[in-house]
Write a protein of this length. Structure first.
Length: 218
């Protein structure tokens, strides 16, 4: 799979208004409060994940996935070479060329992990806050920005951090809505040699968690 890759003070009326853009005082606590108040029940969302190298799109993944729980779901994965249907269960990932009816290829569940810890997004944002993140409260959802290393990410998800090891640094952004959900993550992944890779995951249309089972044998 292509490296993904998968990101948040009131003033009295007599005080000067806060700036309309850029980091603002008290921002990190606002983000912690949102994350702390978020519900812990699993839910599903529409996912759209794009990985680019410069203007070239390397990968597009779209579908519905379960969050706040082990990452599962059904997606379509498109690159210049192929378009595949993907079923992600807790144990395995199943892939098959779209429009075909042959056997599914099976992989360990860890194969669904790219460069963004999609099943540990709140922990990922807290990691960013712990590394001096800037909090931009000029819009809603609130945006958090931080520079990380693959070793930093390993502390949240060892597999994802390992996937990122070829990188030198990662400039990460995450957007957190008023319900405490991480609704978007963007990573600009830098390498000692070779072009940067940008990976963006966006979550929309939040609903109850959906059942995901292994596909029936063909």
């Amino acid at each position: 799979m292509v490296l993904l890759g998968l990101l948040l003070s009131a003033c009295s009326s007599i005080q000067a208004a806060p700036p309309k853009s850029g980091p603002q005082v008290g921002g990190p606590q606002v983000v912690r409060d949102r994350l702390g108040a978020a519900g812990d029940a699993p839910y599903s969302a529409e996912l759209r994940a794009i990985t680019r190298s410069g203007p070239e799109r390397l990968q597009l993944m779209e579908g519905r996935v379960n969050l706040n729980a082990p990452f599962t779901g059904r997606t379509t994965d498109t690159t210049e070479q192929y378009t595949e249907d993907v079923v992600i269960t807790r144990q395995k990932v199943y892939r098959r060329a779209t429009g075909t009816h042959g056997p599914w290829q099976e992989f360990p569940a860890s194969a669904a992990k790219g460069g963004i810890p999609t099943d540990r997004l709140p922990q990922y944002v807290r990691l960013m806050l712990g590394h001096g993140a800037s909090v931009h409260r000029d819009s809603e959802p609130v945006r958090v920005s931080a520079r990380l290393t693959p070793k930093d990410v390993e502390s949240v998800d060892r597999t994802v951090g390992h996937n990122l090891r070829p990188a030198t640094t990662i400039d990460a952004d995450a957007w957190i809505d008023s319900a405490g959900r991480v609704v978007r993550v963007r990573q600009r992944i830098h390498f000692a040699s070779g072009p940067d890779i940008e990976a963006t995951i966006t979550f929309t249309d939040f609903k109850n968690a959906v059942p995901v089972n292994a596909p029936a044998a063909s």
